[in-house]
Design a protein around this ligand. Sequence first.
Ligand code: AMP
Ligand code: FE
Ligand code: FE
Ligand code: ZN
Length: 296
Amino acid sequence: MTQSQNSPMGQKKWNIELKQFRADLHCHTYCSDGTDSPEAVVRKAHEIGLSGLSITDHDTIEAYTPELFALANDLNVRLLPGIEISSEWEKTTVHILGYGIDIHSEKLKAFLVEMNRRRDTRNRAIVEKLKAKKIDIEIEEVENLTKELYSNRTIGRPHIAELLIRKKVVSSIQEAFEKYLQEGASCYASGIKYTPAEVIAVIHEAKGKAVLAHPHFIRTGSHLRQLLKLPFDGLECHYGNLHKAQEKPWIARAKEKGILATGGSDYHGQCKPHISLGCSWVGEEVFNALLGLNPK
Ligand code: AMP
Ligand code: FE
Ligand code: FE
Ligand code: ZN
């Protein structure tokens, strides 16, 4: 809302932007499996009127260059350093968001290097399983396609899926996952992941806050109860296109635990076109708490 006001002298006129503070705390760039550059996401955030943003690429903080902070500063978009780290527990993938992390932390950097090494081994294992099924595929092709598409650094199953489409082995990403790549499918391989407790510890060591991402994806209530015994600082309650009614129980859960209720869109760009940047967001209080600016 914009208000125009006249000074008592009747000479000076100014506009006061009474803009609501909105921060999208979950999105991906082409540094992982999104399609936009980090700069494009920051510009988009500015265009749609977001006051704050956290880019949370999978297992990488490559997006956070000094140039990106400068751009965000110029556009008046507050940037909260973030990451989404994959962990594995009881054969389930658990995504953990880290906010307000020190992007210069040597421990965090070393952890991510090791994770990438494990990821490479895992990707090669998947490709070997596909080859055993007489599918003509090489790891170099996955790497080249990833570079060609997004100059990505984190190579993952979505890129293998894309290559399988190009090779006409499948006709959609979904089919690639269902037939070959998802947990339980014929060419699935695990082995990248740390446990949720290890990931939380790394985030805390890097002075960040650990948040359980999209808890509605956790398989059972019992899994969730066990997970929430870990020292999380927050729970992602507002997510993508979830309705208010669907978010309510998660907000109650965060409150009951005395942890932050966070949220974001999980925007990935063109590869998930139904999710728009800014469709889920949090206010300034939560944003500041994650930055470590005020007590939780
Ligand atoms: P990775 O980190 O290489 O194991 O790949 C995980 C990514 O694959 C997730 O972040 C999703 O973007 C995508 N993904 C996982 N499961 C599916 C699925 N069933 N259908 C489509 N995309 C999926
Ligand atoms: Fe993703
Ligand atoms: Fe996720
Ligand atoms: Zn995500």
